[in-house]
Ligand binder design. Structure first.
Ligand SMILES: Nc1ncnc2c1ncn2[C@@H]1O[C@H](COP(=O)(O)OP(=O)(O)OP(=O)(O)O)[C@@H](O)[C@H]1O
Ligand SMILES: [Mg+2]
Length: 505
């Protein structure tokens, strides 16, 4: 497949009991492990291809091995990664993430969350170079456009922030240090119990919120004594739904509207990112897109699992999910520097304030050390810090949306800088100034050569007049000498004298 930034796979779950009972037909024809044929809305066969297609007989481990193993390896090397499950309600997103149950399920059915955790610990424990490490987890949900901490329900409106060193992060989210997979699952099951889930006609345990599992890894390795930090975010989205099918009413209807709105914001972001030269990517239109800004915008590895029902009765929704996947596959953002948190244990870091939010474990402020590589200058870090301070002050008295609007205004007016745009702006400003200067010089040179041409012409006329005058004068002198008497100009015609500027009275 193409060298897109995002790995995109499709997964068809098996027909459900209800669908089998209703004698539902299957809506696709398998071609191979990457392609299938699907009828579009005009009843025409269309071939769709993805990085991988998981059919109804696929195992949970197949999904993990293809989609998540590279992301786990990258995270241990300090590269952030995101895996998103997307699709219609009841299509198998939560099943792919958690399996039938996060705590009690057999090995075969274990979902991505548990496998990613085990994979992380496996990598850390078996790597000969890694000397010390910490793994922390956070778990939040976006419910009715608020970010809630699922590990501490008192934090029900967390703020999404951005800094040069961390990129986008959820400020104040609870972080728990974990030592092994089973430790983590206990805590995650508490979080899952806190998640908003409701019953709809399409799914008995429908997720009514987008859920994010965030695993932060930090480790020190020999022989360079570097500390590397990486992050994996697993996103189990709430499903898109047609309310007439799910039978949503009251609160469930409000939830459905908010879910559909944020999913369409996600679609708009994908559309903007796949436009040739996007002027504006509307990341700030929803909490979901803001949180996923780094993942979709090219700063970290991303994988999308498009979950589909195989049933003919759900084919319009499945087609829309498949098209979303096709569109996402077109994202080719310029690789931006990954928010790096690689430190060498040799000199103290001046940026430890940025580290405080994320890391309180093994590395103390004094230990957190900046590497020699090209990391943000002190000025830009200070700039970030001041920007965050200003915005935090505003957040005390204003609503988040208003602060976002003000922030955009401040960036436009140059009161604060958009960290992503600073370098671009300086470049384009230099480019503008240089072009202006060149245009000015070209114009001046043009004017100068016109003047030179005019003077040359004038000079030529004068030289010619002078020659004529000299000749006349010479003749006049000769004539005067011969006649030895009379007026000097007596014999010169008046027209000739006028031509050379001598006009006798
Ligand atoms: N690959 C699969 N194999 C077996 N059962 C599956 C599979 N995928 C989904 N299911 C079953 O289908 C039902 C719906 O799945 P799930 O809850 O994961 O849907 P969802 O996409 O998360 O929906 P929602 O958006 O409403 O949360 C569940 O009973 C689940 O066990
Ligand atoms: Mg779900």
């Amino acid at each position: 497949m193409s060298n897109s930034n995002v790995t995109v796979c499709v997964r068809f779950r098996p027909l459900s009991h209800k669908e089998r009972k209703g004698n539902d037909k299957v809506c696709f024809n398998k071609l191979d492990s990457e392609s299938f044929v699907f009828k579009d809305e005009r009843d025409e066969d269309v071939i769709f291809s993805f990085d991988k297609v998981f059919y109804d007989d696929s195992e949970q481990s197949d999904v993990y091995n293809f989609l998540a193993v590279p992301i786990v390896a990258d995270a241990v090397n300090g590269i952030n990664g995101t895996i998103i499950t997307y699709g219609q309600t009841g299509a198998g997103k939560t099943y792919s993430m958690e399996g039938p149950s996060i705590l009690h399920c057999n090995e075969l059915k274990t979902g991505l969350v548990q496998r990613v955790l085990n994979g992380l610990f496996e990598c850390l424990k078996t790597s000969a170079n890694i000397t010390t490490w910490t793994v922390k987890l956070s778990m939040v949900e976006i419910y009715l456009e608020k970010v809630r901490d699922l590990l501490d329900l008192s934090k029900d409106n967390l703020q999404i922030k951005e800094s040069k060193s961390q990129g986008i992060f959820i400020s104040g989210a609870t972080e728990i240090s974990i030592m092994n997979g089973s430790d983590a699952l206990e805590r995650l099951s508490e979080g899952i119990a806190n998640r908003a889930v409701g019953e709809t006609q399409m799914n008995l345990a429908s997720s009514r919120s987008h859920c994010l599992y965030i695993f932060s890894v930090q480790h020190e390795s020999t022989p360079d004594e570097r500390v590397r930090a990486g992050k994996i975010i697993l996103v189990d989205l709430a499903g898109s739904e047609k309310v007439e099918k799910t039978g949503a009413e009251g609160r469930v209807l409000d939830e459905a509207k908010t879910i559909n709105k944020s999913l369409s914001a996600l679609g708009n972001v994908i559309n903007a990112l796949t436009t040739a030269k996007p002027n504006h990517v509307p990341y700030r239109d929803s909490k979901l897109t803001r949180i996923l800004q780094d993942s979709l915008g090219g700063s970290s590895r991303a994988a999308l699992l498009c979950c589909c029902s195989p049933s003919w009765s759900n084919s319009p929704e499945s087609l829309s999910t498949i098209r979303f996947g096709t569109r996402t596959k077109l994202i080719k953002t310029l690789p931006k520097p990954i928010p790096t948190e690689v430190y060498s244990a040799k000199k103290p870091s001046p940026y430890s304030h940025d580290q405080d939010d994320l890391h309180d474990g093994t590395l103390s402020k004094a230990d957190s050390i900046q590497s020699e590589a090209s990391y943000p200058s002190l000025d830009s870090c200070d700039h970030d810090y001041l920007r965050e301070r200003l915005l935090s002050k505003l957040r005390l008295s204003l609503k988040e949306e208003d602060v976002d609007l003000l922030e955009e205004l401040f960036v436009q007016e140059g009161i604060i800088f958009d960290p992503d745009k600073v370098v671009l702006d300086i470049d384009s400003a230099c480019h503008d100034a240089a072009s202006q200067q060149i245009a000015f010089l070209v114009e001046a040179v043009g004017e100068l050569s016109e003047t030179v041409q005019e003077l040359t012409d004038e000079n030529e006329t004068l030289r010619h007049q002078l020659e004529v005058a000299q000749e006349i004068a010479a003749r006049a002198q000769c004539a005067a000498a011969e006649r030895s008497g009379g007026s000097l100009f007596g014999f010169v015609p008046a027209a000739v004298l006028r031509l050379v500027g001598f006009v006798p009275d």
